[in-house]
Design a protein around this ligand. Structure first.
Ligand SMILES: NC(=O)c1ccc[n+]([C@@H]2O[C@H](COP(=O)([O-])OP(=O)(O)OC[C@H]3O[C@@H](n4cnc5c(N)ncnc54)[C@H](O)[C@@H]3O)[C@@H](O)[C@H]2O)c1
Length: 274
């Protein structure tokens, strides 16, 4: 299906990341992947020892997971989407390696108002926390698309997929609060991009809302077992798996589909429940 096709996969933290499943599925379908992971870049300034340690560990987990699961030849590169220079340096890396992209997966989210599985009430969220979450989790879809398009790395007819959650629309039993606003923005951005990039470049943009999943770092940091179990009980088909998600993303990446501007649900039918 993906012979001679290459996709950029963001958001792999380790072997359990949702993005890892997508990368594996692309390779199974004869495609190639280039993966970015959060890590220290030359553009980070005044990092504390703790932050440097965190970023170094993030990057070594990411690299080890990619080599182990995707093969030693898989191209990997550090990326912090909040730093424009880091995005530029990704472009330079892709150009140096002669990479042209047929699409990319946006699987990036971060919200400092969620700590130890508890979430700050909306009224206590500071402007800085609000803006940080928006920048990392939503605006990055624009900034990444922008640099990849302006550099002609993202090709005409490409497909962009991002990952969201039902909380973008409804108050969920797990109070996502600040992050839900960023997810709503991410979904709305997807629709605007479907229009703009569709008209100008024939590029598709879609978003997939997925079931709660505790296996990943982000899922484990935010969700409680009872939340995941509850969603599983309520969903007509039970919670969707990372495999189900990868199947759908790969479908949306297929060059022959004319699907764009969709907010799809891979959630076992959870979204139809009252
Ligand atoms: N786990 C769930 O329950 C669930 C459900 C629906 C949607 N999602 C979404 O799926 C996506 C992937 O999450 P996951 O569950 O696989 O967790 P994960 O922790 O494996 O992935 C989150 C990724 O975001 C990256 N990231 C954070 N800040 C970054 C920055 N400044 N620059 C670059 N990368 C940065 C992290 O390094 C990590 O790789 C996220 O968008 C998440 O909101 C997750």
């Amino acid at each position: 299906m993906f012979t001679n096709k290459t996709f950029l996969i963001t958001g792999i933290a380790d072997e359990n990341s949702l993005a890892m499943k997508v990368a594996e599925k692309i390779i199974q379908n004869n495609g190639k992947v280039v993966c970015t992971g959060l890590g220290v870049t030359p553009f980070h300034k005044n990092l504390s020892e703790k932050a440097t340690g965190f970023l170094n560990k993030s990057y070594s987990d990411f690299e080890a997971a990619c080599k182990n699961r995707l093969g030693a030849e898989t191209l990997t590169f550090p990326l912090d989407v909040t730093l424009p220079e880091s995005l530029d340096s990704l472009v330079e890396f892709l150009n140096q390696n002669g990479v042209k992209l047929d699409g990319f997966l946006h699987a990036i989210a971060m919200d400092k108002t969620i700590r130890n599985k508890s979430v700050k009430p909306m009224l206590e969220v500071t402007a800085e926390e609000f803006n940080d979450t928006m920048t990392v989790s939503a605006f990055s879809l624009i900034s990444l698309s922008h640099v990849l398009l302006m550099s002609h790395i993202l090709q005409k007819g490409a497909s962009i997929v991002s990952l969201s959650y039902i909380a973008a629309e409804k108050v969920s039993f797990f109070p996502y609060i600040n992050m839900s606003i960023a997810k709503a923005a991410l979904e709305r951005l997807t629709i605007e991009m479907a229009y703009e990039l569709g008209r100008d470049y024939g590029i598709r943009a879609n978003c997939v809302r997925f079931s709660p999943y505790m296996g990943s770092k982000a899922g484990n940091a935010t969700l409680k077992t009872e939340d995941v179990d509850r969603a599983d009980r309520l969903s007509p088909l039970g919670n969707a798996t990372p495999e189900d998600l990868a199947h759908e993303v790969v479908h949306l990446f297929r060059p022959e589909t004319r699907i764009t501007g969709e907010i799809r649900h891979v959630d076992g039918g959870f979204h139809i429940m009252g």
